[in-house]
Write a protein that binds this ligand. Sequence first.
Ligand SMILES: [Zn+2]
Ligand SMILES: [Zn+2]
Length: 271
Amino acid sequence: MITDGHNHTKHFSADAGQSIDELINEARSKGFTRIGITEHYEIDYPDYEGLNWMFDLNEYNLAFEQWREKAGELELLKGIEFGYQKHVAGEIDKVAASIPLDVVLLSAHLFRGEDFYMVRDCYKLPAKELHSEYLGIMAEMCEMCNNFDVVAHYDYINRYTDNKDDFVTYEECPKEFDRLFEVMIAKEKALEINTKSIQKHRDGGFTRSLPDAAVLKRYKDMGGKLITFGSDSHFPGTFAVCFNEAVEYVKSLGFAESVYFKKHKPYFEPL
Ligand SMILES: [Zn+2]
Ligand SMILES: [Zn+2]
């Protein structure tokens, strides 16, 4: 079984509703031997509901030691998912380097200062303009930051639109994807297949749900080899969602391996 490298718990992620025990039990019952826990850390995040999107790093270190004891044979990779904004790029690199971690995910949850999840005004823009600008932010994020391992959910922008045909494709923004992949490949950063996105599109009745084949093919053609899989689980019952299907799909596009990170070093697993 390959690694599910992107999961949250309610102990450190403001929007998660599962305990570490629930996550461990579910991973075990689904036959996993290794999972990543990547709690949200959003520096200067807009205060929508008074939630705390940062946490005490020492507390996280201490909790993680206990979690590893509990988990026993199930290997826990210690990670953080940072939320990117241009003005906090330096701070992300600093925080990421200040704590021993296995894996750092980098995400862009905000668009023009607002989270898609909370404020949906951006979806009034023409889709091509919205997607190009968002992919441009992803590319900028990879240029600005260095202390990370994985670019998480490049398709996050798809999740909250009401237009069910609205889907990020390579065809719409080739320049931005090429710029993103060029930096990622030069810096040896991995591309995540986020299976929560797949499920969300399916549940929402989208016409498409699996990531655009042309995006993954282009990444491969440019020399990209580092693919991770993450279910981005926040609640019980969502760990490793759509995993088998996503793996088969990525395999069908010519990838033979996925990767996980331990102490920021990539380890390969056959698909
Ligand atoms: Zn995220
Ligand atoms: Zn996440």
